[in-house]
Design a protein around this ligand. Structure first.
Ligand code: BG6
Length: 504
């Protein structure tokens, strides 16, 4: 079924035009600004979702900023080719301020620049400071913004700060960063971004679960056998060997993106669809996660590291051969976890979560594996496991596998799929995650941003795994060849439970 254009338009615009504002990007010389942030703002403008928006880049180097942003929009914006008239207006409000993060004087200059800009373009003092810098700069930048009077808690206008990941590397560092931010800002001014929450399909998990009455009665330990969450990438570390060596896949993908996905899959219905109600429920999921005990870490956690192999028909080097990675690295590029939620709904249901680099293909999905029928009326061979897969990317959609009678004289049963595909049902390209999140921040809606207590709780779980591994002295790091679905030990994790990983 394809939706009529008027409904599609309503989905895109639904009274969500924010007040004019200025977005100030710290670390504007980085890749994110050119590839994601400015293209996202341009696409929003092209969709007429922004009334007026100025952009100020702030970084140390001298840069032909407007020209670089044009290249970024040309190459990466969802709405292409660039509309020249619109670009003319859009780019007339882009400017660049050269400055250092640790020099208070540069913040005073920024303040003057903003005041002049707002006057020239008749903009209210609504300001969003986007910190796309190394995390070690977050605290200092916020302090300097505070000292320069740039982030007042109350109006006129608003001052909001978006913080990129990673938010700390463990409980202690996240706590310290939170304290530094809260010395200057109120929690309602802080927008901790996780771009997975801006993905259409991730948001659709909420609509699928709580906008339909038929699935929720099944969504519990009476009907669900187990859940598999996969965040697989074909990519390697893409020149970020130094960063990845410190992070590993647990910090890079699991602590943030995949725990968010887990929360949306497992949470209770919120009392309302507002920031605090949704985030309260997500927090409860993390609080019910059973911590991994030292002696159990081997049982519930499998780590792995890729060796050279072939991905999508291309030879690729092993992780230890990547630039910036030491030859004796013990950083995991694969992790599989068996997790339990000690709560009323999910008691006894294992959640298997895996995430890795250099898998055979890119796929992010949540697969709900339902229990089998109490008896197999049509013979043991006819039992088809019912699996509901929420495909986050690529090939966004939802599929349900059920058993069906094979045409013919016997009662043979075979699996068949019921399919919903975004591309064919809606026929439009969904907005980019950063478009949604920037717009939400302009609207003051933090539902899809991460609250401080969630970050802390997620680190508690992840740090516990790191510590358990250290305490148990388990340094085993099984190898897997790039382009395969991970080490044999990860298969064993499921086989032990009489289950197997999906090969999506
Ligand atoms: C980032 C990680 O947060 O997410 C990267 O640092 C990873 O390592 C990326 O590749 C994955 O995002 P997406 O949207 O491509 O799934």
């Amino acid at each position: 079924m394809t939706l009529p254009p008027n409904l599609l338009r309503a989905g895109l615009t639904q009274e969500r035009i924010p007040e004019p504002c200025t977005v100030i990007i710290f670390g504007a010389s980085g890749d994110l600004t050119k590839r994601k942030l400015v293209p996202a703002l341009y696409s929003l403008a092209r969709d007429r979702m922004l009334s007026r928006c100025a952009i100020v880049g702030f970084a140390r180097r001298e840069l032909p900023f407007v020209q670089l942003m044009r290249e970024g929009v040309d190459e990466f914006a969802r709405r292409r080719p660039v509309h020249e008239d619109l670009w003319g207006t859009f780019s007339s409000r882009i400017s660049y301020q050269q400055g250092r993060f640790d020099v208070p004087e540069d913040y005073r200059k920024l303040r003057v620049h903003l005041e002049e800009l707002e006057k020239a373009h008749n903009l209210p003092p609504n300001r969003i400071f986007y910190l796309s810098t190394p995390p070690s700069n977050f605290g200092e930048i916020v302090k300097n913004l505070g000292d320069a009077g740039l982030v007042p808690k109350d109006g006129p206008g608003y001052a909001r700060v978006i913080i990129e990941k990673p938010f700390g590397v463990d409980v202690e560092s996240a706590k310290k960063l939170n304290v530094e931010l809260l010395r200057v800002l109120d929690e309602h001014q802080i927008y901790r971004i996780d771009h997975y929450l801006g993905k259409e399909t991730v948001q659709n998990m909420l609509v699928f679960r709580f906008g339909n009455a038929i699935f929720e009665p099944l969504w519990n330990n009476r009907f669900v056998d187990h859940v598999q969450i996969t965040g697989a990438e074909a990519l390697g570390v893409e020149g970020r060997g130094n960063y990845f060596e410190e992070a590993g896949i647990l910090r890079d993908m699991v602590q943030n993106h995949l725990l968010q996905v887990l929360c949306l899959a497992a949470m209770e219905p919120p009392a309302a669809f507002d920031a605090d109600s949704v985030r309260d429920e997500k927090l409860k999921v993390l609080r019910s996660l059973r911590p991994v005990a030292d002696e159990d870490v081997k049982l519930h956690v499998v780590r792995g590291q890729y060796t050279a192999g072939s991905v999508l028909a291309k030879r690729v080097p092993g992780y230890r051969e990547e630039p910036g990675v030491p030859a004796d690295s013990t950083t995991e590029t694969y992790v599989a976890l068996e997790m339990f939620l000690d709560n009323w709904r999910w008691q006894g249901v294992p959640f298997f979560l895996r995430s890795a680099k250099r898998m055979p293909k890119r796929v992010t999905e949540v697969a709900i594996h339902f229990k089998q029928t109490p008896i197999s009326l049509f013979g043991a061979a006819a039992v088809v496991p019912n699996v509901l897969a929420l495909r986050i990317q690529p090939d966004e959609g939802i599929s349900l596998v059920v058993g069906s009678k094979v045409p013919g004289q016997s009662m043979a049963v075979a699996p068949v799929g019921m399919e919903f595909r975004y591309a064919s049902s809606f026929g439009v390209e969904p907005p980019e995650a950063y478009e949604r999140l920037l717009l939400d921040c302009m609207l003051g809606d933090s539902t899809l941003f991460t609250r401080g207590d969630w970050v802390m709780e997620s680190w508690r779980y992840i740090s516990r795994i790191h510590e358990s591994g250290d305490a148990s002295g388990d340094t085993a790091l099984p190898a897997y060849e790039a382009g395969t679905w991970g080490p044999a030990e990860a298969e064993a994790l499921l086989h032990r439970n009489g289950k197997t990983w999906r090969k999506p």
